[in-house]
Design a protein around this ligand. Structure first.
Ligand SMILES: [Zn+2]
Length: 437
């Protein structure tokens, strides 16, 4: 069937049905064209990204705009994005190896080969895999057959990709990529799904070339922490204020009620209305356990508002930035499962508080580490019980056993751990972590 130009230019009814409020009302074609392009307008690639990957990505963005005319474009964009995912890994591999790949043969010395294209790499990797040789990546040697699976392992081993939750998304992308390369049926992507895939792809490419994404979903740039004052009173009320709120002495009426409040000064993600990074568990703060979702550093307290003000005036602490991904936690199981602890805090515990079984887990959030340990008690839940990435959740299991064994597993991941001893300070109310000694 040959369609006239006019029909090709007409907006696709299905595309117009997608609007900011989901499926339902119908958008004007002009509005739909603008709305859809806006969804991916800000995902730019870093300057240093390889030209081939960059060209493919820009073409993808151009084609996305035509989804308004033809709904099928969204499915094609999603599929193409997954192929660019592999192209980006190959391009980055070529830059990383700088023309030489080294393999380690069983019981033999390492051998290096010159490569000028990824095709060379693939042929060589294929041959070496049959000889059971492994690719040398820094101080490790990995299985590498040149396919997507090997490229993903290489990128993680070379430290180019980070984060535990992002690894789960990489898994999902790889499954989709294999599905696209070997389709077994018909699938249709929506504008929402296609836009998300394009955005994820932009984050992944930028991270491969060393650029974290400010406010990113997968590979976020470090978050800004500010000096914050947490306070609570006897009737269970809790407050979070910026340190600057204490700079000006309060009017008398406030001072009366403030006398009942206890204050601690911490370095924490400040509350910003509407921010996706607000810490939903800030009121769970505990200097000994990782009960807030983002790292919260104890600085001073508890004490009165006046004392907190004096301390801030004297010390004038600054904010900083933290990368919350790939943190290492220790989880103690002693009759019951206790909240995750920082290895440095655990290292400062007296001997009589080191009883029970300890688990070392790497995760982006303490609740992820806790969920893995709790889940691994049930064999049917599919959590790994051996060191490595967990197939059932976004944690990496590092090891478990006595306190010393778990500490050693954590030290392998982190390097030497310096013990810190903190006063035990916590806000009294707890919804998420009620089980604490
Ligand atoms: Zn798990």
């Amino acid at each position: 069937m040959i369609r006239p130009l006019e029909e090709l230019r007409a907006a696709d009814d299905l595309s117009l049905a997608f609007n900011p409020y989901g499926l339902g009302g119908r958008m004007r074609p002009e509005d739909a064209a603008e709305f859809q392009q806006r969804q991916i307008a800000d995902c730019d690639l870093a300057q240093c990204v390889a030209a081939g990957t960059r060209d493919s990505f820009e073409r993808l963005r151009t084609v996305f705009a035509y989804g308004v005319l033809c709904y099928d474009v969204y499915t094609m964009v999603g599929d193409q994005a997954l192929l660019i995912y592999e192209q980006a890994l190959r391009d980055r591999f070529m830059e990383w190896c700088a023309g030489t790949v080294t393999f380690r043969l069983p019981q033999a010395s390492d051998v290096s080969y010159t490569v000028t294209s990824y095709d060379d790499v693939k042929k060589r990797a294929d041959r070496m895999t049959r000889q059971r040789a492994k690719l040398v990546v820094a101080d490790q040697a990995i299985e590498f057959n040149g396919m997507l699976h090997g490229l993903r392992l290489w990128a993680r081993t070379a430290g180019l990709l980070r984060g535990r939750r992002s690894r789960a998304v990489e898994d999902a992308l790889a499954k989709l990529r294999n599905y696209v390369a070997h389709p077994s049926g018909h699938h249709v992507d929506t504008p929402v799904g296609a836009a998300r895939t394009v955005r994820d792809l932009a984050e992944l490419i930028n991270q491969l070339w060393g650029q974290a994404t400010p406010d990113g979903r997968l590979y976020p740039a470090p978050l800004r922490r500010e000096i914050v004052v947490l306070s609570w009173n006897g009737s269970g009320r809790t407050r979070m204020e910026p340190a600057s709120a204490l700079a000006v002495p309060d009017p008398v009426e406030d001072q009366e009620s403030d006398d009942e409040y206890q204050h601690v000064v911490v370095r924490a993600i400040p509350f910003i209305p509407g921010s996706r990074w607000n810490d939903a568990h800030w009121a769970e703060f505990d200097s000994r356990y990782e009960t807030t979702r983002f790292p919260t550093e104890y600085l001073w307290g508890p004490g009165t508002r006046e004392e907190a003000r004096a301390w801030l005036e004297q010390e004038r602490p600054d904010g900083d930035s933290v990368d919350f991904t790939d943190r290492v936690f220790l989880v103690q199981d002693h009759g019951r499962l206790l909240p995750p602890m920082r290895p440095a805090v655990a290292a400062g515990l007296p001997d009589d508080e080191r009883a029970g079984v300890w688990h070392a887990v790497r995760a982006d959030f303490p609740d992820d580490a806790f969920a893995h340990v709790r889940g691994s008690g049930d064999r049917s839940a599919g959590h790994t019980r051996r060191p490595g990435d967990c197939p059932a959740c976004s944690a990496e299991f590092l090891g478990s056993g006595t306190y010393d064994e778990a500490h050693r597993a954590a030290a392998v991941a982190l390097g030497p751990i310096r013990a810190v001893q903190l006063p035990s300070v916590r806000l009294p109310s707890s919804t998420f972590w009620p089980n604490r000694p």
